[in-house]
Write a protein that binds this ligand. Structure first.
Ligand SMILES: [Zn+2]
Length: 53
């Protein structure tokens, strides 16, 4: 079970990435996109060495 990073609800509909629920994406789009963007940046930092080589 994954928790939404914005409203902290747990839901089957929250994907691990970006980690925000559909409600927040619909109602708090700006914040949800920001959270998703931050998650994306972090995942790129984690995975980028593999792509460089
Ligand atoms: Zn949410």
């Amino acid at each position: 079970m994954v928790r939404c990073k914005i409203c902290n609800n747990s839901s089957l509909f929250i994907s691990k990435y970006p980690g925000v629920c559909l409600d927040c994406i619909k109602t708090k789009t700006d914040k949800a996109l920001k959270v998703a963007f931050e998650a994306h940046k972090k995942s790129r930092l984690v995975y980028s060495p593999e792509f460089i080589n």
